[in-house]
Design a protein around this ligand. Structure first.
Ligand code: HEM
Length: 222
């Protein structure tokens, strides 16, 4: 490939499909957590923990369950689209990987000294990468444990992975706690660094994604 024939493909930092999936997911998570808390309150795992009724979704537990199943379909279908998109377009490789211990230590030290740079919005720092990959894994586990709780007979092989029904319920709860903790940190950071929030709405700056030798191969994104 000569210099002249090299074409740089560019697209927005957060292309339209990614933004649509991100905000759809935010709505689905809101429905899933609110209705999940309603269902939990009906039969608690920890005697000391009841969620405030004002923060739950659904008039009573059965109604909460209907909301939960409604949100589940949005969350699962949207999540599968996001995983397929992230792998097929190379976004996961480009934006979320690699995660190196050495980079993580440097980023944590910078964060503790309040010296984390937000000058380049086109790259996630290592803590962000770890949080995003972590929440994707928690999303995967919450679906698997949810399937087991929903249909323990049909998914009996999966049930065996957890040991028993109560363990699956506990894993489901802990994944919810991890996702909820992530959302608290994530939303706080988005408010503290508002240009990242604006980029997740408008798409943000154009970035180069790859070089190609054939101009016909290059396409413009959203
Ligand atoms: C109202 C709630 C939310 C707000 C305001 C918000 C905001 C944002 C912003 C601003 C970014 C870009 C970060 C950056 O450029 O530095 C982002 C990315 C991301 N958010 Fe959220 N978010 C919300 C809810 C969620 C939820 C509920 C999840 C998952 C449980 C989530 C998962 C992610 C992931 C995985 C990315 C990285 C996406 C990628 O680059 O492929 N977000 N979010």
């Amino acid at each position: 490939m000569t210099e002249d024939s090299a074409v740089h493909e560019s697209q927005k930092l957060h292309p339209l499909p990614l933004r649509v999936m991100h905000w759809t997911n935010a709505v689905a998570i809101f429905i899933m957590i609110g209705s999940g808390w309603k269902i939990y309150n009906d039969e608690v795992i920890f005697g000391w923990l009841h969620f405030p009724e004002a923060l739950t979704l659904g008039k009573w537990a059965q109604h909460g369950l209907q909301w939960h199943f409604f949100g589940m379909w949005i969350f699962v279908i949207n999540g599968l689209c996001y995983l397929t998109y992230g792998i097929a377009t190379g976004r996961f490789r480009r934006m979320l990987l690699p995660i190196r211990w050495s980079d993580l230590i440097v980023t944590v030290k910078e964060a503790l000294r309040f010296r984390l740079s937000h000058d380049d919005p086109t790259k996630y720092n290592t803590v962000q990468k770890l949080l995003y990959v972590g929440v994707i894994c928690a999303g995967f586990m919450i679906v698997i444990s949810g399937l087991v709780i929903w249909k323990p007979v049909q998914f009996s092989e999966l049930l065996e992975l957890f040991g028993d029904f109560q363990n699956a319920r506990l894993v489901h709860f802990l994944c919810m706690a991890a996702i909820f903790g992530f959302v608290l940190i994530h939303v706080s950071l988005a408010i503290l660094v508002p240009h990242t929030l604006i980029a997740m709405i408008t798409g943000g700056p154009k970035i180069e994604t790859r070089e190609t030798a054939n101009p016909l191969e290059s396409g413009s994104a959203s």
